[in-house]
Design a protein around this ligand. Structure first.
Ligand code: ADP
Length: 495
C-alpha cells in the first residue's frame, strides 16, 4: 500500500456523517424503539464512521403500519401514473445532483475505490430510477379474446407492502434496483440496508423526502439480519419480500416468508465461469477476466471467479492475468489512483484470507497475491490468482466474495461447458472467442441467468438479471421486474 495523498472529504459528506442516523418511518426520522444504535465502520481506517439507529421487530411493525396506511390511502398506488413517474425522474435527478457526495459516502462506508463509486454505483443508481420512471406510464393489462357475451380484461396492480433486504456490496445501487421498480408499479417499501453500509440508503431517504414522496411510501430501517431482516421476512403484514445476499440467508428468508405465503424473489450467490477459448483476443480477455474478478475487490455476486482457459494457452494466460493483478494499485479508496480498496469488514477479511489458506492446502498455486495487502489499518487483501486449480476444490466451489481468481484448465468446448456448469450456482457466465457460432452455442449451453460474450460484468437496467439454480429466482431489471412487483387481476364483465 503506497502512501496516498490526503484526500479532502466534501464538507457536506462530513456534515451528513456527523448528523444523527435515524430510521425513516412514515415520512419521519426517528430513533429505534429500543433506543439502540450500532456502529458503521470505515473499512479503510477501521474507525467508526457513524452510530446508526438499529431497527428491530418493533420498528418493523411500526413501519409496516405506516406503509400499509400509505398503500391503502392510495396517495401513491392510485396516483395518476404520469405524476408518479415525475417523482421517479425527480429522484434520479437528485441522485445526479448529489453524485459526488454520494460517491464519497459510498466509498467511506463500503471501501470501494472512488472511481467505481463515481463511475458505476451512483450513475447506475440514477439510471435505474430513470429507466423505471419510463415504465410507470407503460404498465398495461390486456383485453382477453373472450366469448361474445363477455368483456374480459386484466388489470396489473401493485403487490402492496414490499420488504426489501439488500447487501453491502453495491449499497445505493442495490437500493435502486429494489425501490425503483417497486415504486414504479405503485408499491410501498420497507427497505433494510446491510448493517455494514447503511449510509447511502439513509441519504437516499432524505433525497426521497426532498422529492416530495408521500409519507410512508418508502421506509428505511437499518439493522441486522436476525433483528430487522428476519422480522421483515416473517411479518404477516408484508406482501412481498425481495432479497439480495447469500444463498444461506436466501433459504432462511424463504422459510420465514412461507408463514403468509409472501411473494419471494431472491438474488443470491454465484461462482461464475469465465471461459476463454484460444482463438479469443487474449489481451481483452485478460483485462475482462481481471475486471470480472477484481472489481469491487471481488465482492460481486456475478464475479467471474472461475477462469477457465484452454490447456494450450493456460500458462500464458495465467501469467498475463497475474501480472495485471499484481499491478493493481492498492490503497486509500478515496484516492482516484487507487484500484483496490479494502474489503468491507473484518468478518469479510477473515473469511477471504481463510480461503487463501484453504486454496494452498488444497494444492493450488498462488501466482500472485495470496496475502493481506495493507500496512497497518484497513481490511486490504491483495488481488490473488490461484493456478492449477481443479473444479472440485473448495476455492472453485464456494463463493469467497473477495479478490480471488481460481484459474482452471479445460480440454475442449464440451469440457468447458461441462466444468462451467458443474456448480450449484447459475448467476452469470462469460465466453471469449472470435468464433461467432461457438459464442452463441456456448451461450445457450451455459446454465446462467446472464451470459457475456467477449466482455464481462456488463449490466443495464434494460436487461434482466438473476439466477438459475441456487443463485435464486425472479429477474430484476428490465420489464421482468414489473412482473415481480405486480399482481394480475382478471375481470369478467357480462355483456
Ligand atoms: P453477506 O454474507 O454477504 O453479508 P447476507 O446474506 O448475510 O450477506 O446479508 C445480506 C442482507 O441480508 C443484509 O442486509 C443482512 O442484514 C440481511 N440478513 C442477514 N441474515 C438475515 C436473516 N436471517 N433474515 C433476513 N435478513 C438477513
Amino acid at each position: 500500500m503506497s502512501a496516498a495523498p490526503a484526500v479532502t472529504i466534501n464538507p457536506r459528506v462530513s456534515e451528513f456523517v456527523k448528523s444523527p442516523k435515524l430510521l425513516l418511518i412514515g415520512g419521519k426520522w426517528m430513533p429505534a424503539k429500543s433506543g439502540r444504535t450500532f456502529e458503521t465502520i470505515n473499512p479503510a481506517t477501521e474507525e467508526v464512521l457513524a452510530n446508526v439507529a438499529e431497527a428491530d421487530a418493533a420498528d418493523v411493525d411500526e413501519a409496516v403500519k405506516a406503509a400499509r396506511r400509505a398503500f391503502e390511502e392510495g396517495k401513491w398506488s392510485a396516483m395518476r401514473p404520469a405524476d408518479r413517474a415525475r417523482f421517479l425522474f425527480k429522484i434520479a435527478e437528485l441522485i445526479e445532483a448529489n453524485a459526488a457526495e454520494l460517491a464519497q459516502l459510498e466509498t467511506l462506508d463500503n471501501g470501494k475505490a472512488i472511481n467505481e463509486s463515481k463511475n458505476i454505483d451512483i450513475p447506475m443508481a440514477a439510471e435505474t430510477f430513470r429507466y423505471y420512471a419510463g415504465w410507470v406510464t407503460k404498465i398495461y393489462g390486456e383485453t382477453n379474446p373472450s366469448s361474445p357475451d363477455m368483456f374480459s380484461y386484466t388489470l396489473r396492480e401493485p403487490v402492496g407492502v414490499c420488504g426489501q433486504i439488500i447487501p453491502w456490496n453495491f449499497p445505493l445501487l442495490m437500493a435502486s434496483w429494489k425501490l425503483a421498480p417497486a415504486l414504479a408499479c405503485g408499491n410501498v417499501s420497507i427497505l433494510k440496508p446491510a448493517e455494514q453500509t447503511p449510509l447511502t440508503a439513509l441519504r437516499l431517504g432524505e433525497l426521497m423526502l426532498e422529492a416530495g414522496l408521500p409519507e410512508g411510501v418508502v421506509n428505511i430501517l437499518p439493522g441486522f439480519g436476525p433483528g430487522a431482516g428476519s422480522a421483515i421476512a416473517a411479518h404477516p403484514g408484508i406482501d412481498k419480500v425481495a432479497f439480495t445476499g447469500s444463498t444461506e440467508v436466501g433459504r432462511e428468508i424463504m422459510k420465514a416468508a412461507s408463514g403468509n405465503l409472501k411473494r419471494v424473489s431472491l438474488e443470491l450467490g454465484g461462482k461464475s465461469p469465465n471461459i476463454i477459448f484460444p482463438d479469443a483476443d487474449m489481451k481483452s480477455a485478460a483485462f475482462g477476466a481481471l475486471m470480472g474478478v477484481f472489481l469491487n475487490q471481488g465482492q460481486v455476486c456475478c464475479a467471474g471467479t472461475r477462469v477457465f482457459v484452454q490447456q494450450e494457452k493456460y500458462d500464458q494466460f495465467t501469467d498475463q492475468l497475474s501480472q495485471l493483478a499484481q499491478n493493481m494499485k492498492i490503497g486509500d479508496p478515496l484516492d482516484t489512483s487507487t484500484r483496490v480498496g479494502p474489503l468491507v469488514s473484518k468478518e469479510q477479511f477473515d473469511r477471504v484470507t481463510s480461503y487463501l489458506d484453504i486454496g494452498r492446502k488444497e494444492g493450488a498455486k498462488v501466482k500472485t497475491g495470496g496475502e493481506a495487502g495493507g500496512q497497518g489499518k484497513g481490511y486490504f487483501v491483495k488481488p490473488t490468482v490461484f493456478a492449477d486449480v481443479n473444479n472440485s476444490m473448495r476455492i472453485a466451489r464456494e463463493e469467497i466474495f473477495g479478490p480471488v481468481a481460481a484459474t482452471i484448465a479445460f480440454k475442449d468446448e464440451n469440457d468447458a461447458v461441462f466444468q462451467g456448469n458443474d456448480t450449484t450456482y447459475g448467476l452469470a457466465a462469460a465466453v471469449w472467442t472470435r468464433d461467432i457460432s461457438r459464442a452463441h452455442a456456448v451461450a445457450r449451453k451455459l446454465k446462467a441467468g446472464t451470459v457475456w460474450v467477449n466482455c464481462y460484468g456488463m449490466l443495464d437496467p434494460i436487461s434482466p438479471f438473476g439466477g438459475y439454480k441456487q443463485s435464486g429466482f425472479g429477474r430484476e431489471l428490465g420489464k421482468y421486474a414489473i412482473e415481480l412487483y405486480t399482481e394480475i387481476k382478471s375481470v369478467f364483465v357480462k355483456l
